[in-house]
Design a protein around this ligand. Structure first.
Ligand SMILES: Cc1cc2nc3c(=O)[nH]c(=O)nc-3n(C[C@H](O)[C@H](O)[C@H](O)COP(=O)(O)OP(=O)(O)OC[C@H]3O[C@@H](n4cnc5c(N)ncnc54)[C@H](O)[C@@H]3O)c2cc1C
Length: 790
């Protein structure tokens, strides 16, 4: 048996290349087991807003239906088409709701819009920011919403084809042409339609000149999604990624036996598509022809001695658990009404109610209750004692509906497709982002990258750790939000076995423990047999146990987890074999994430997600799951945040008229201009001449240094080289004697390289643009403040 920690240097996994996963549709359906207790919804808890959903589903962490428990449902295109029957009908056959209670086309389209996050009767914040209608409220806005819903639904019904504006126009009366244009442009630019990985959406060649240059930091789902969109919009993009692989917290590891006969693809990070309705990853899956495997609604629970939990006790405790949550929910409503900002931990509130109401008093009931609490800690990657009672479930109203699904072969299949043809620089750990009106300068371990704008998608854990220095510092509200918002831990143990001894009929089973402090250790097992290509079990480690797990030895871990499995299966006469390979994750010690995903900690709220998403000075933008208030802690939330920021960057580039390469090309072609500018340098000494940034008097501002090499002959023959250096360094050069000593200081101490006119990069070209603009404005002094736009 081989055991190991999942390390960051692992080469990119590629399970579907070398070891195609077996077709799950071929797996033998297990016998129905009417005795099985109903299953739990695992990844996300149920909604806690009684007024919004029927109370039965409010109360239960379990999904409603268990009727198809034994089969291994596999979504394919036709099944998705069936699901989409609820979606748009041919637009010309619009009708009002039938008297039989059937939905009208308008209602169906509104439902589709709702499933992707649009309210049925109001504009989204982004729509308002994008001024999609000339006046808010009133009939124009209502018509816009109908048109928007229609376009959205129309594209969602055929996601692999590009929808053109004229197609969108087909079923709309011509007097609404403007609304069609407005909605079409909004939906396309914000990644609601015409996005994805179908051949129709292949990346175009970067136009010449590109709209602007953007450095994206991080090649996780958010960074990759943003980069693709930006390239489509005509930006020049490069991604800087610290690891040697794309995907970040989506990491599928290929596991296999020595002789290669047993293989499986294990998702060590993001695994389940949590709700398939409206989910953009569902759209990508459709476009790529990936089948989806519904996570089945059966989750038997076992006591420490291997006995299945008594069904009556199980449902009694589950009901009691949901009542505790209801009580905590009511308590917070009254606290928030009265005090507005008082917060305690969800754990404290639940324990207080448990004691007060005498819930779960027998040992078995306590174990069961602890299992539910561990499940909650898993869903939030947080200790209940750290979760905000007031806002822990603030994202629940937006939860994607529909089944939870796996992608056979693992989510690396999305990552691979998203990363295709994107320029990614691997092993580039960003340590500093300098930004100002002259663009951004992003420093990595061994290089600096100039660009007009940067998009930072690193995990919240990395921001909390201060691994990246922002220069100037981030605004205080953003720093506070980074501190306040929680970033928690969930770990996994992936085990490849010689055979599937647990039986392929279920996707999950749970295990109860007597020690409440260990309630999160291996409390839930996921079987990936039907989707990973081999007999793979993944045990989850949540809550306090996840923290301890970071320092536990893999060998000890294997002993413990096998102990649990033997406890469950040996009494049934099933022998548990030694695993072939085991991988333990350590997401908390991983220096490119320092944790698993975000949660709302005590004192924090949904607002902090919005603050994290705010750009700084139209130069540095932020994406990633922890910037997505509606869909945090998920893969689709990361993807949508990338789309959101691509739209924001595009809007900012227009708004702040950031010098595009067009302007820079003009500079380049007008070579004389540069000589003109140096006719009146801001400072000159020896063969050195300097032009200062007219927008900043700071000693850290960047200046353009020119050095004349060779014999000085005005007008011809002299070779000029250039560098961008800070004003402070200019003064140091100025203060010493002799060009040779200056050059030595420049090369050796400052590490600056002189380059030709064409090597100045976008930062230099932007600086030149500003100097020219300033000189034109005030030809005598050459300096104007405020000629730059931030
Ligand atoms: C154990 C676990 C289980 C999960 N389960 C699910 C699930 O079932 N369903 C679900 O929807 N979601 C799940 N998630 C959450 C989901 O995986 C994440 O929300 C999502 O992948 C985050 O994507 P991202 O692009 O925001 O961040 P990341 O994927 O973390 O991408 C950020 C990138 O930035 C890079 N980076 C970091 N620091 C630097 C630096 N200094 N310089 C350059 N690059 C840097 C990182 O290497 C990384 O590639 C899970 C996560 C974990 C860890």
């Amino acid at each position: 048996m081989e055991t190991e920690d999942a390390s960051q240097s692992t080469p990119p996994p590629d399970p579907s290349h070398s070891t195609p996963p077996s077709d799950p549709s071929q797996s033998t359906p297990p016998a129905e087991n009417p005795e099985s207790p109903p299953a739990r919804k695992r990844r996300r808890r149920r909604k806690q807003f009684p007024e919004m959903v029927p109370s039965l589903s409010v109360r239960s962490l379990r999904p409603q239906s268990t009727s198809r428990s034994g089969t291994a449902p596999l979504y394919n295109d036709s099944m998705i088409d069936e699901l989409l029957q609820l979606q748009p009908r041919p637009p010309r056959r619009r009708s009002n709701a039938g008297g039989d209670g059937s939905l009208s086309d308008l209602d169906v389209e509104a439902l589709v819009a709702l499933s992707v996050g649009f309210a049925s009767d109001s504009l989204s914040e982004d729509e308002i920011l994008s001024s999609v209608v000339p006046t808010l409220a009133g009939p124009i806005q209502s018509n816009y919403i109908i048109v928007r819903n229609h376009i959205l639904s129309r594209w969602r019904s055929t996601v692999s084809s590009r929808l053109s504006e004229s197609h969108a126009m087909e079923s709309i009366r011509s007097e609404h042409k403007n609304l069609v244009s407005s909605a079409f442009s909004f939906l396309s630019s914000h990644g609601f339609i015409n996005f994805g990985l179908a051949p129709a959406f292949r990346l175009p060649a970067v136009p010449s000149p590109p709209r602007a240059n953007v450095v994206v930091i991080g090649a996780g789902i958010a960074g990759l999604a943003a980069a693709r969109q930006l390239i489509t919009f005509g930006f020049k993009v490069a991604i800087l990624e610290a690891r040697s692989r794309p995907g970040g917290r989506v990491h599928t590891r290929k596991m296999c036996s020595d002789d290669g006969s047993i293989v499986a693809a294990a998702d060590l990070g993001g695994s389940v598509l949590t709700g398939i309705n409206g989910n953009p990853l569902g759209v990508l899956a459709r476009q790529l022809g990936f089948p989806l495997h519904k996570v089945r609604d059966v989750c038997p629970l076992y006591l420490p001695d291997g006995r299945p939990v008594d069904t009556a006790t199980d449902s009694r405790v589950e009901t009691a658990f949901n009542q505790l949550l209801d009580k905590a929910c009511k308590l917070r409503e009254s606290i928030l009404e009265e005090f507005q900002s008082v917060d305690v931990s969800l754990g404290t509130a639940l324990e207080a109610f448990r004691k007060a109401h005498g819930v779960a008093e027998t040992p078995e009931e306590r174990m069961l209750l602890n299992w539910h609490l561990a499940n909650l800690e898993y869903a939030n990657a947080a200790l209940l004692s750290d979760l905000s009672m007031a806002y822990w479930d603030q994202d629940d109203p937006y939860e994607m509906g529909g089944d939870h699904c796996f992608i056979p072969g693992g989510n690396c299949r999305f990552v691979r497709a998203l990363a295709e043809d994107i320029p990614i620089f691997y092993n580039q750990t960003v340590s500093r982002i300098h930004y100002g009106c002259d663009g951004v300068l992003v420093y990595t371990n061994d290089q600096a990258f100039h660009a007009d704008m940067a998009l930072c998608t690193v995990p919240l854990g990395v921001l909390k750790k201060g691994s990246i220095v922002f220069d100037p510092e981030l605004p205080p509200p953003k720093q506070d939000a980074i501190k306040r918002l929680g970033f928690g831990l969930l770990n996994k143990v992936a085990m490849l076995f010689p055979h599937d001894f647990w039986g392929g009929g279920i996707d999950t089973f749970g295990h109860l423990t007597e020690d409440p402090r260990q309630r999160g250790e291996f409390f839930l097992f996921y079987s990936y047999t039907s989707v990973s290509g081999g007999p793979l079990l993944v045990a989850l480690v949540a809550g306090e146990s996840a923290i301890k797990f970071e320092n536990s030895s893999p060998v000890e871990t294997v002993e413990r987890v096998l102990g649990v499995l033997r406890g469950i299966f040996t009494p049934k006469g099933i022998e548990v074999p030694a695993p072939i390979q085991v991988v333990c994750t350590r997401w908390g010690s991983d220096k490119f994430t320092y944790g698993s995903y975000s949660y709302v900690a005590i004192g924090s709220s949904g607002d902090d997600y919005d603050v994290l998403a705010e750009p700084v000075g139209d130069r540095v933008f932020f994406a990633g799951e922890a910037t997505n208030r509606k869909y945090p802690a998920t893969m689709h939330g990361a993807l949508l945040s990338g789309f959101r920021e691509a739209a924001n960057i595009s809007r900012a580039a227009k708004r702040s008229s950031i010098l595009s390469t067009t302007d820079r090309v003009d500079c380049r072609e007008e070579q004389l201009d540069l000589d003109d500018l140096y006719q009146n340098p801001d400072l000159s000494f020896g063969s050195f001449s300097v032009l200062y940034d007219p927008c900043s008097s700071s000693s850290d501002s960047i200046s353009l240094l020119r050095v004349g090499i060779g014999e000085r002959k005005t007008g011809s023959g002299l070779l000029y080289l250039y560098a961008l250096i800070s004003k402070r360094h200019v003064m140091e050069l100025h203060d010493i004697d002799g060009d040779a000593r200056r050059l030595s200081l420049l090369y050796r101490n400052f590490g600056t390289k002189l380059v030709g006119r064409d090597g100045l990069g976008s930062l230099g070209e932007n600086l030149l643009g500003r100097i020219k603009a300033a000189r034109l404005a005030t030809p005598k002094t050459g300096i104007t403040k405020g000629s730059c736009q931030t």
